[in-house]
Structures are given as structure tokens and as C-alpha cells.
Design a protein around this ligand. Structure first.
Ligand code: GLN
Length: 495
């Protein structure tokens, strides 16, 4: 029998339906791969026993003919989704021993669909980062190696680095992520897989550890566009427990996966041709434009004039909201508590011990931006610019159905690189943040390799609630790019 870990999730579901193998077999193979790949540090908490119980129950459901839509497929859960009875850390020390009493809506939806959970995957602390190096549980190592013979460990991207590495390394068939400014799309690009962040409000934020509430959105990773679409289908939906969850019907995300783009207008935003963009990224983008044309799309140039303000605006709004959201970790209500001489001292000792440097940096920036003398100058101003960024997209979508851009300005870099220069690290998200600011759906698909043999991704951005077109375009690009490269450190080989 072939390696079950090599199947896509869609193929595995067919195999389960046709009784070619059981969920117990499928899950066991993934657990073996997970154990062999421990050096990648993709997981914070493994739940293998629970996974085998879930797999057994899934096989029983299938035998009785009442299997759910994703019944029996092993997936990985970003450790930002609260899972009842299973430790949820947000990759922080402050929540190191936090065991939620409740299940997030998204993870509950996936349990209801019959998925098997292999455990909680590593991320940047509180989802703040682009390289998975801010985790209190150590960085994740990308399963990819450059072909330059240097044998340097690379970052998987971030913040959903564990989610992306686990899928790329064939440990999990698919995984959940969250994306505030690029945390699904950039790691998908770095790891050579697909990832989609849907429209803000499509997936419930209830039970997801909050970073920046007006931007946070859950989404999915898969090795193929179809797998990402399938997982998202089961995650999405209205939830009255989240006040920003949208009461809008969820369409069939796989309906448009035909490979064809006839009749679609694809916009190329001219402001994304930033100065100093590496030649390999320009080439990737040009190749993507050619693929879209060949698949029947009409290419139009569009303008998003406020693009250059997106990154600075994000780094006011996201830290501001983070500083407010993270005020709850005070040593009283959740997680870590370090006793001090009085209550204030307990607060500061707990927070100093519980938060990492990047989180502290953001809390300080955010508190400053929200302080009474600066609120109007920074936070209110940033909100106004955010509106202009959103208006740019509304105008662009009068002329096209989706936008095509590179996902990130580079391929994966070495662990440790960019570490002492936060602004350089922040630049990773220069292409993903604008769509986040406007709440738009965006996805990354692997579209080529650079000269070092590392994956590069193209981003597709769509109109609000139009994930179908995003997925349709993504699928078509995926087909044309025919990305078949595999990371070097797969499953057992990762040891
Ligand atoms: N890299 C960005 C940040 O650090 C985005 C992170 C995210 O999307 N969660 O804020």
C-alpha cells in the first residue's frame, strides 16, 4: 500500500468511503509521522491517544453510514483555538498551563464534521510574528532545505508556522490557522502549501485567543486548494456568540474548482511593484499573470493608492487592540501568577515573566497609541487611513473580480535572520496586510521555486464574501503551476 500520509485530504476521504483503509490506519500513520518529525517542533501538545479514540469512533460512524463531511481525517489545530480539556497556550508562558473549560466554535465545528485532532500546533506567541521564532516553546523548523548545501534550518513563516510545517511535512492532512495580517498566507507560501484567510466575519472568533479583534480571522491550510476549501467549509458559519460573525450563507467552496478562469478579470495592483523587490518575486508574479491569461482570464492593471500606508497603519491598530486584549492576563483570571508585594506588583511580575519580548513590545506600542494624549494622533488617524485602504479595494473591484500579487517579498529565510530588526521582520507582511485591513478574503498558492529550490507563493485577494472566486483562481493557478516539489524533511525523514 502507498503511504497514506501522501494522500491529499480529498483522496483520503474517498479512500475511507471506499473502505480502502480505516481512519484508525490513517491516523496511526500520521501519528508515526508526527513522532518521527518531532525535531521540527511543529506541535506544542500532541493528543495521540485522543486521536486514536476519535479515529475509532469515526470508523464506527462510517460503518453505520452516518459519517460527517470530514469524518476520520487527522488534522492539526493551531494552539490559539481553545480546546476543552486540552491545554491551549497561544505559545506563551503566561498560558503554559491553561486548560480551557470550553471549545472554540471553529474547533467544535471541525469535531462535528468528524475530524480527528492530532494536537495543538506551535505558533508565534499570541500570533505575533512572521517566523515562528517568538514562541515560548521554541521555533518551528521548516521541512524545506535550500539546495545550496549549507544545511541551514529555515523558518516556516508565521504566525501559523506549526500549522503550515505540519501539513507540508505530511504529518497532518490539513490544519487550522489564524490570520491577522498574513499569518496564514505567508507561512503557506514559505512551506509550499495552500492557505486561505476568508472574509472577516466568515469564521467565528469565539474561543480563539484574541490578538487584534478587528483583524483576527480563522482559516485553513491544505496541500491543495481543494483541501483548504474543504476544511474551511466545515469551519465557517454564523455564530451568535461572536458579535462580528456574519449571518451570511456559506456557499459551496469547491463548486468553482474547474481550472478555468474564462470571463474573470484579474487585477494587478501597480503599487505592489515595490522598490527593491527581488527578481525572483517579480518573475513569479509575471509567471502567475501568464498562467491567468492562459486559463482564460483578462488581465487589468488596477491602482491601490494607499498601499504604502497599510503596514504603518497596521502597526498602530494591531498593537493597540493587542494591548487592550492582553490586559486580561493579570495573574488573577488566567494562567500564570507570580506573587508580588501587592496587587500591582503581582500584575507586573506576572506579566514580565509571562510575556515574551515581541508581545511586550506590542503592548508598549499599543498602550502608547491609545493613551489620552496620542489617541487621536495615532489610533483615530490609523482608523481613518484604514478606511481609505478599504475604499481603494472597493474601487479596484469595480474593474476586476480578484487581485493577483506575490504573497511575500521573499522565500523562507534562516532561523535567526531578521531577529534583531523588528521592522525588517514586519516587512514580510507588506503584501498581505492591506487585504487584512479591508477584511477581504485572501489565499496563497504555491506557484514556483526560487534558485535555492524554496517555494514561492502567489496571493489571490477577492471581494468580501467571494471566497468562491478566490478559490477558483487559486485552483486554476495551482493547476497551471503544477507544483510537485516536496520538502526534504517529510515525516520519518525529519528525524
Ligand atoms: N506578522 C504579522 C504580525 O506579527 C501578522 C501576524 C498574524 O497575522 N497573526 O503582526
Amino acid at each position: 500500500m502507498t503511504n497514506l500520509t501522501d494522500l491529499t485530504m480529498a483522496q483520503a476521504l474517498k479512500g475511507l468511503d471506499n473502505k480502502e483503509f480505516t481512519s484508525e490506519q490513517l491516523t496511526q500513520e500520521h501519528i508515526d509521522a508526527c513522532i518521527a518529525a518531532r525535531p521540527l517542533n511543529a506541535f506544542i501538545t500532541e493528543t495521540h491517544e485522543l486521536a486514536m479514540e476519535q479515529a475509532k469512533a469515526s470508523d464506527e460512524r462510517r460503518a453505520k453510514g452516518n459519517a460527517g463531511t470530514l469524518d476520520g481525517v487527522p488534522i492539526a489545530m493551531k494552539d490559539l483555538f481553545c480546546t476543552k480539556g486540552v491545554r491551549t497556550t497561544a505559545a506563551s508562558k503566561i498560558l503554559e498551563n491553561f486548560v480551557p473549560e470550553y471549545e472554540s466554535t471553529v474547533s467544535q465545528n471541525l469535531l462535528d464534521a468528524g475530524t480527528v485532532s492530532l494536537g495543538k500546533v506551535n505558533l508565534d506567541q499570541f500570533a505575533m510574528g512572521s517566523a515562528n521564532t517568538t514562541s515560548a516553546f521554541g521555533n518551528v523548523i521548516s521541512p524545506w532545505k535550500a539546495n545550496d548545501g549549507a544545511n541551514v534550518d529555515l523558518v516556516p513563516g508565521g504566525s501559523s508556522g506549526g500549522s503550515a510545517a505540519a501539513v507540508a511535512a505530511r504529518i497532518a492532512m490539513a490544519s487550522t490557522g489564524t490570520d491577522t495580517g498574513g499569518s496564514i498566507r505567508q507561512p503557506a507560501a514559505f512551506c509550499g502549501i495552500t492557505g486561505i484567510k476568508p472574509t472577516y466575519g466568515r469564521c467565528s472568533r469565539w474561543g480563539v485567543v484574541a490578538f487584534a479583534s478587528s483583524l483576527d480571522q480563522a482559516g485553513s491550510f491544505g496541500r491543495t486548494v481543494e483541501d483548504s476549501a474543504l476544511l474551511l467549509q466545515s469551519m465557517a458559519g454564523f455564530d451568535p456568540k461572536d458579535s462580528t460573525s456574519a449571518n451570511i450563507a456559506v456557499p459551496d467552496f469547491t463548486s468553482g474548482l474547474t481550472g478555468d478562469m474564462t470571463g474573470l478579470k484579474i487585477g494587478i495592483p501597480k503599487e505592489y511593484r515595490i522598490d527593491g523587490m527581488p527578481v525572483e518575486i517579480i518573475k513569479l508574479w509575471d509567471d502567475g499573470i501568464a498562467m491567468a491569461k492562459d486559463a482564460g482570464a483578462e488581465i487589468v492593471e488596477v491602482s491601490l493608492p494607499h498601499t504604502k500606508y497599510a503596514l504603518p497603519t497596521y502597526y498602530v491598530i494591531a498593537p493597540a487592540e493587542a494591548s487592550s486584549n492582553l490586559a486580561r492576563y493579570d495573574g488573577v483570571r488566567y494562567g500564570l501568577r507570580v506573587e508580588g508585594e501587592d496587587l500591582n506588583d503581582t500584575y507586573s511580575k506576572t506579566r514580565a515573566a509571562g510575556f515574551g519580548d515581541e508581545v511586550i513590545r506590542r503592548i508598549m506600542i499599543g498602550t502608547y497609541a491609545l493613551s489620552s494624549g496620542y489617541y487621536d494622533a495615532y489610533y483615530i488617524k490609523a482608523q481613518k487611513v484604514r478606511r481609505l485602504i478599504a475604499n481603494d479595494f472597493t474601487n479596484a473591484f469595480k474593474h476586476c473580480d480578484a487581485l493577483l500579487t506575490p504573497t511575500a517579498p521573499s522565500a523562507a529565510f534562516a532561523i535567526g535572520e531578521n531577529e534583531d530588526d523588528p521592522v525588517k521582520m514586519y516587512l514580510n507582511d507588506v503584501f498581505t496586510i492591506p487585504a487584512s485591513m479591508a477584511g477581504l478574503p485572501g489565499m496563497s498558492v504555491p506557484a514556483g521555486l526560487n534558485a535555492q529550490g524554496l517555494p514561492l507563493g502567489l496571493q489571490i485577494i477577492g471581494r468580501p464574501w467571494d471566497e468562491e472566486t478566490v478559490l477558483r483562481v487559486g485552483h486554476s493557478i495551482e493547476r497551471s503551476a503544477n507544483f510537485t516539489a516536496k520538502p526534504q524533511l517529510i515525516g520519518k525523514m525529519a528525524a
